[in-house]
Design a protein around this ligand. Structure first.
Ligand SMILES: [Zn+2]
Length: 405
């Protein structure tokens, strides 16, 4: 009876999606495992089932948003969810989350840590208060709209993984063994698998196949020379690596990932890099390290505004402080930002210019614009400017662990 239910559900889903899977042939996938489960089956797999008493409070792109008895979304939070749902690439809407749910510790149990921001379980995405207000996953700065895009798409990718689970195998927690989507990604991204307890028995050739890896006797590992291709969190396992890749590419930061990862995501989505990067502010280069910020900020920054530019309301300032000899050099930083802004479709209204400030610090500024909005870029080398800077907890953690579970 149970098997019949699975089969029926699976067939219905396949019927529903066959017409829309137009680029299914372009990647190696295994849609025979495409599946949706009943609540009871999900419970058995360890999915966090939304509690009784959820109330629908919104919807976008056919995806409903729910309050729970222990937490209600505020109006601005609902507006923010709708904004993010509108950004979801079309391909991902074929396998939508069943609901976006207001999470607290009570609703999501242990899966939501007191300061956690978001989590996905089965077909559900749970968003905690910290997602909207806080600083995500160890970041010192407050989460930005772009951070939230990245976290949200990361969680959404876990939902995609769920739809490619093999319901006959494992628990929801070890999707890395039973989601064909994760397998395809992992192989392409450079993960290897060896037999459990036999690190020298590495799968090669035809043996490195989905059916072999998911037999439960194999373990994934990322060779050391491949670690730079993903974030610290992505290095933990292929499931998180896959989710990180979706999060970073869709939020417009493909440069943080290896080409194979970017390619995988773009192929899956039938999209190009530019679909996600244009007009998005770059993030700092991975090698940037800074521990300080200038003292007496307001005057300091006014002095740095380039000649011929008057700041207007709505213009954004974008700072890069270099404060560590072991990190990126000043010249490299200048080149990095000039290339990034150009690549992201910004016009250089005032091209980047290098100056030496009175205390001999290197400084560069530029003004870029996209869609009528100006961004004032300031790069300041504070390495030898102790009298100017406040050392403190402003460490910019660029190597980035993850944002979210
Ligand atoms: Zn995750």
């Amino acid at each position: 009876m149970k098997n019949l239910t699975i089969l029926t559900v699976a067939i219905l889903c396949l019927l529903q999606i066959t017409t829309t899977l137009s680029h299914a042939d372009t990647i190696t996938n295994h849609y025979d495992h495409f599946t949706q489960l009943s609540t009871e089956q999900e419970r058995q797999l360890g999915v966090i089932i939304p509690p009784e008493g959820t109330v629908k409070v919104g919807e976008s792109n056919g995806i409903p948003i729910y309050d729970t008895p222990s937490r209600r979304f505020t109006d601005p939070e609902i507006a923010e969810i709708i904004r993010m749902l509108d950004l979801v690439p079309e391909k991902m809407l074929e396998t939508p989350p069943r609901a976006i749910i207001a999470a607290s510790k009570d609703t999501a149990g242990r899966a939501i840590r007191p300061n956690a921001v978001a989590t996905a379980s089965g077909p559900y995405i749970f968003l905690g208060t910290a997602f909207f207000q806080g600083s995500a996953g160890g970041f010192s700065a407050k989460t930005t709209e772009n951070d939230r895009n990245s976290i949200f798409m990361h969680e959404y990718a876990h939902v995609l993984q769920y739809y490619h689970l093999d319901p006959e195998k494992g628990k929801i927690q070890n999707m890395k063994e039973t989601s064909s989507l994760v397998f395809d990604f992992a192989k392409q991204a450079g993960w290897k698998a060896h037999r459990r307890l036999h690190k020298d028995k590495i799968l090669t050739g035809d043996d490195f196949a989905f059916d072999v890896v998911r037999d439960g006797n194999h373990q994934w590992f990322l060779p050391e020379d491949q670690e730079d291709g993903t974030t610290k969190y992505g290095q933990t396992n292929p499931v998180e690596d896959h989710a990180e890749a979706f999060g970073w590419v869709i939020a417009g930061h493909p440069g943080y990932l290896s080409g194979a990862r970017v390619e995988h995501v773009l192929t899956y989505l039938g999209a190009t890099r530019d679909d996600f990067t244009q007009g998005v502010l770059p993030i700092h280069p991975r090698a940037l390290r800074s521990r300080g910020q200038p003292r007496g900020s307001k005057k300091f920054f006014q002095d740095l505004t380039p000649d011929g530019f008057t700041r207007q309301d709505g213009d954004r300032q974008y700072f890069c402080f270099i404060d560590d000899d072991e990190g990126i050099s000043f010249d490299d930083a200048m080149q990095y930002y000039a290339a990034e802004f150009t690549d992201r479709g910004y016009a250089a209204d005032i091209p980047i210019e290098h100056k030496i400030l009175p205390l001999k610090e290197d400084h560069a500024s530029a003004v870029y614009s996209f869609d009528g909005q100006h961004v004032l870029l300031q790069i300041v080398d504070l390495t030898n400017a102790d009298q100017y800077i406040v050392k403190g907890d402003m460490t910019i953690r660029i190597a980035l662990g993850s944002y979210s579970p």
